[in-house]
Design a binder for this molecule. Structure first.
Ligand SMILES: Cc1cc2nc3c(=O)[nH]c(=O)nc-3n(C[C@H](O)[C@H](O)[C@H](O)COP(=O)(O)OP(=O)(O)OC[C@H]3O[C@@H](n4cnc5c(N)ncnc54)[C@H](O)[C@@H]3O)c2cc1C
Length: 290
């Protein structure tokens, strides 16, 4: 979106292909996480700019290298492929990818284990522990009253000091275990200014956060793990996989063989962390260089 917009602004003729039916890629998942609703506004901005600049938008087009013959340059912003960890029973029906879960193709049960406590693991825990998941109404995506109660905010500024009152936690909607292989505190890689709040929120919602976890197997009984060599069974009915991402680069070889110039940006370049800012910066730099 960023590369197409700036290239068109600079007078290039641009075609934007996407296998999906609309722009946005993973932003369409991010905007469904409570607290990240504003990502929808970024999409609205780019959608409008792309239309104003008359970029040729080709949706529902999963392109191959051959489809890209004749273009002077290809900006490869093809994103990521989620990792599937090698755990015995990984194809059990109670296992779901974060994508199927966030998009609503799979429903979580009342007891859920989340494998992987990076940015997406935390987002999934936030989504599943939320008593008032946001609505799809762009005018009012957040239930403001519920948010104020949960954080103890008194907007009347009544007799209470600092506009703060006792937080009222809604009843837990499910029991959740957020797990990571690494030892130590969960969420250390989260953004410095917001990570503490995200961790605190999950603590307040009684999400169990476990580090140093070895995954043994998944079966009808649940998720079998070991911590410090001690076996445990988490008798969960859903296991959500948030075990990292790899760059999606399936077009690279074909483009190289055809001698078509390309540049990798965003997740297709580095998939290690959630970083839309880097993706947009890289795309902007490419567009300025071409
Ligand atoms: C739940 C969640 C929460 C997130 N939260 C944040 C956050 O708080 N802050 C942040 O900075 N980032 C966040 N991110 C990450 C952010 O969304 C990504 O960094 C960003 O979307 C990367 O953009 P991208 O252009 O690399 O590709 P993507 O958004 O992955 O898009 C790739 C696109 O390429 C298309 N595609 C792939 N192959 C083909 C093909 N052969 N033909 C046609 N189309 C193809 C796909 O359909 C897709 O639309 C989050 C991601 C998720 C999943």
């Amino acid at each position: 979106m960023a590369a197409a917009t700036l290239l068109a602004e600079r007078g290039h003729q641009v075609t934007l292909f996407d296998a999906a039916a609309d722009v946005g890629g993973q932003f369409n998942l991010a905007r469904k996480i409570p607290g990240k609703e504003e990502f929808a506004e970024t999409l609205r901005y780019f959608r409008n700019r792309l239309n104003e600049l008359k970029v040729d938008l080709q949706f529902k087009r999963h392109v191959s290298a051959d489809d890209l013959k004749g273009y002077a340059h290809v900006v490869l912003a093809t994103g990521i492929v989620p990792r599937t960890p090698a755990i015995d029973g990984i194809h059990h029906p109670k296992v779901t990818s974060y994508i199927d879960l966030i998009e609503g193709r799979k429903q979580a049960g009342k007891r859920v284990a989340i494998i992987g406590a990076g940015g997406i693991g935390f987002d999934v825990a936030e989504l599943l522990s939320h008593a008032n998941p946001h609505s799809d109404d762009p005018a009012s995506p957040v239930n403001l009253e519920a948010y104020q109660k949960e954080w103890g905010i008194d907007v009347q500024y009544g007799d209470v000091r600092g506009g703060l009152t006792a937080p009222q936690m809604p009843a837990a909607v499910r029991e959740i275990w957020l797990l990571q292989r690494k030892t130590g505190k969960l969420g250390e890689g989260l953004a410095r200014t917001t990570g503490w709040a995200r961790r605190l929120l999950l603590q307040k919602r009684d999400v169990h956060m476990l580090g140093g976890v070895e995954y043994r197997k998944i079966d009808d009984a649940g998720l079998h793990i070991a911590i410090d060599g001690k076996d445990q069974l988490l008798d969960v009915d859903t296991v959500v996989i948030c075990a990292g991402q790899d760059p999606r680069r399936e077009l690279v070889q074909g483009l190289a063989a055809l001698g078509i110039a390309y540049t990798l940006v965003g997740g297709a370049d580095v998939a290690a962390e959630l970083d839309a800012k880097r993706a947009i910066a890289q795309a902007t730099e490419v567009a300025l260089e071409l």
